[in-house]
Design a binder for this molecule. Structure first.
Ligand code: IMP
Ligand code: MG
Length: 193
């Protein structure tokens, strides 16, 4: 069953990831940054980006949990695991799949900043600029997209569709956040994002 329309094709993603990797490799020439990715949504982006970087770098992962029942405040977002590497005095790049309200990245930034990194930049594949509720500095953006619910390339709807090679829009009836009367109720869904 196909309930989705592809809005960014796999070849368009790959081309943009190559450009981002080139830019980051040039900006971080001579450095050895730590890429910190948010599980689970950014896992494919992280893998593709990392393989295209021409500079030495390390990778690490954090996962967060939150109740997705409408807007989240940053302090409702819980960090589930600690970083394995010490980011003190390191250059850090947060790698995110999508930034929507901004609360998630804002929370992560606050946490990483308290660990005395030398500098922290944010890289996201997708930016839903128009739904921002909290201002976050973003240095690298793959695509700016409208406020629609998307899946694929690591992003899920109720853990499905992560394996799509492109980015697809789910019609509103399948977006639990927008249709509480739909087949799955968002307020019952505890997400590990
Ligand atoms: P924010 O805290 O509102 O910026 O949300 C960021 C997180 O929400 C992302 O890491 C995703 O897990 C999730 N998210 C936001 N928009 C979408 C979407 O359109 N599709 C899938 N996940 C999304
Ligand atoms: Mg999700």
């Amino acid at each position: 069953m196909n309930h989705y329309n592809t809005i960014i094709r796999p070849d368009q993603i790959q081309a943009r990831v190559n450009e981002l990797a080139k830019q980051i490799s040039s900006d971080y020439e001579g450095k050895n940054p730590v890429l910190v990715s948010l599980l689970k949504g950014a896992y494919i982006f992280m893998a593709d980006l990392s393989r295209k970087l021409t500079i030495p770098h390390e990778i690490d992962f954090i996962s967060i949990s939150s109740y997705r029942n409408g807007s989240l405040r940053s302090d409702e977002i819980e960090i589930l695991n600690e970083l394995r590497c010490d980011i003190g005095d390191r250059d850090v790049i947060i790698v995110e799949g999508i930034i929507d309200t901004g609360h998630t990245v804002s929370r992560i930034l606050k946490d990483l900043e308290s660990r005395n990194a030398r500098g922290i930049r944010v890289c996201t594949l997708l930016n839903k600029k128009s739904s921002r509720e909290i201002d976050v500095p973003i240095h690298y953006v793959g695509f700016t997209i409208p406020d629609v619910f998307v899946v694929g390339y690591g992003l899920d709807f109720m853990e499905r569709y992560r394996n799509l090679a492109g980015i697809a829009e789910l019609p509103e009836m399948f977006d639990a956040r927008r249709s509480p009367g739909g087949e799955i109720k968002a307020e019952e869904a505890k997400e590990s994002r």
